[in-house]
Design a protein around this ligand. Structure first.
Ligand code: NZQ
Ligand code: ZN
Length: 382
């Protein structure tokens, strides 16, 4: 059945060459002081940091900075950045970087006015009542964080990685200049393509029937199937970078769940467990987990997998479609197993993954996973 749905997406998206120029002007209505967040330095090489600072300063906005945010971001960085922002009395948070920086900014924007750790929001112990405005300058096509109200944060002490969403977390403005993504190395370019495909698939496997939404989803994945490999061959091609950046944003901004209760998110939940344990890059965890999950579901939801395979590959055989998808991930250069991702899958590692999956209550919203499924999946992913 087609489910009832609400559409709400207030993000003002600025897409194309040179759009970051408008950052300062867009920020002025929010106040005169910005906390600018970035990661471990790539933004200084590709021009994103300089252009963002210049634009903010031209508009008369004072900037304080917090840097060093790691990929698979951690709660300590978000809390330290929030403490700095509170001390400096900032009016807004500007993220310059990939999904990790943007996700951190979203949590920082909640934590500054709240005055406590952002982790309490992630766990659901506290509900946000206000947030500082977030503005994003994206440098990596992958997560869709630039046009959604979700952020994912890791707590190493508790061995948990949690995705949390609240309407207050929508960025007010996101600036997407594909030029900044020209410097993304091959591995993260591949992981980003895997991630966008995985987001579309999470929508595909959500509960609810909506044929137009299915067509949107197939179009997004086809875009990745066609242009992803070309981009891996020509990483300096602006048009290909732009196509993939556009696809990544559309894959997780609400478009793919119209007429559905939600996406499934079981595979993401498995991927997060791997990132907690071994700091595996997000997209790499998904190219390992998705084929395994599809094999698990092959006899449970044969119709849906068959429909996907025929829509993407014109294939009438579900098993063959799963292997075609796996081979697509592999061709990009993303791993299909833990060992390919650099983790020796011995008994100890498998048990550790089982435990972290249990701690994180790994599950799909629609397609439920049992402990026996965990074991089966872990063996498949080894
Ligand atoms: O630290 P820096 O120097 O910035 O380097 C980064 C990082 O090493 C580098 N990079 C980014 N832009 C670059 C670049 N290097 C060269 N040139 C550029 N233009 O790439 C590395 C990865 O960056 P990161 O931000 O971690 O990648 P991504 O955008 O894939 O974000 C991953 C995080 O997002 C979460 C993931 O779980 C993970 O924690 N997700 C967020 C979602 C959301 N908010 O909706 C949904 C996703 O499913 C995902 O879970
Ligand atoms: Zn993802």
């Amino acid at each position: 059945m087609m489910e009832n749905f609400v559409i709400y997406n207030p993000v003002k998206l600025h897409f194309g060459q040179g759009v970051t120029e408008k950052l300062g002007k867009s920020a002025v209505p929010f106040g005169g002081r910005a906390l600018l967040l970035y990661g471990r330095g790539s933004v200084k090489d590709n021009g994103a940091w300089q252009q963002s600072r210049d634009s903010l300063e031209r508009a008369g906005i004072r900037v304080v900075e917090y840097s060093g945010i790691k990929s698979n971001p951690i709660v300590e960085d978000a809390d330290e950045a929030a403490a700095l922002g509170r001390r400096e009395g900032v009016d807004m948070v500007v993220a310059v970087g990939g999904g990790s920086v943007l996700d951190t900014a979203k949590f920082v924007a909640l934590a500054i006015p709240a005055g406590h750790s952002c982790w309490h929001f992630a766990t659901g112990e506290k509900k946000p009542v206000q947030a500082l405005p977030v503005l994003g300058v994206l440098t990596l096509a992958a997560t869709g964080s630039e046009m959604n109200a979700v952020a994912v944060i890791q707590n190493d002490k508790e061995k948990k990685k949690i995705g949390y969403g609240h309407p207050l977390m929508f960025p007010r403005h996101s600036f997407l200049d594909p030029t900044f993504t020209l410097s993304v190395p091959a591995n993260y370019t591949a992981y980003g393509i895997v991630d966008l495909v995985a987001h579309a698939l999470e929508g595909w496997f959500g509960e609810g029937e909506a044929s137009l939404t299915d067509r949107f989803i197939l179009s997004i994945i086809r875009e990745a199937l066609e242009y992803g490999p070309k981009l891996m061959q020509s990483p300096g091609d602006y048009t290909l970078r732009a196509k993939i950046m556009h696809a990544a944003t559309m894959a997780l901004n609400g478009l793919t769940v119209q007429g559905k209760k939600s996406g499934d998110w079981g595979v993401h939940s498995i991927g997060h467990a791997m990132s907690v344990l071994w700091d595996i890059p997000h997209g790499a965890s998904l190219s390992i987990a998705y084929p395994a999950w599809l094999r698990l579901q092959q006899d449970r939801i044969p119709g849906r997998i068959h429909e996907l395979g025929s829509g993407l590959f014109g294939s009438g055989d579900a098993g063959q479609s799963i292997e075609q998808l796996a081979s697509f991930f592999h061709t990009l250069g993303s791993p299909l197993s833990l060992s390919e991702a650099g983790t020796e899958p011995d008994q100890k590692a498998k048990q550790a993954l089982f435990e972290v999956m249990t701690i994180n209550k790994v599950d799909g919203i629609h397609h439920k996973l049992s402990e026996d499924d965990y074991r089966w999946l872990i063996d498949q992913m080894a």
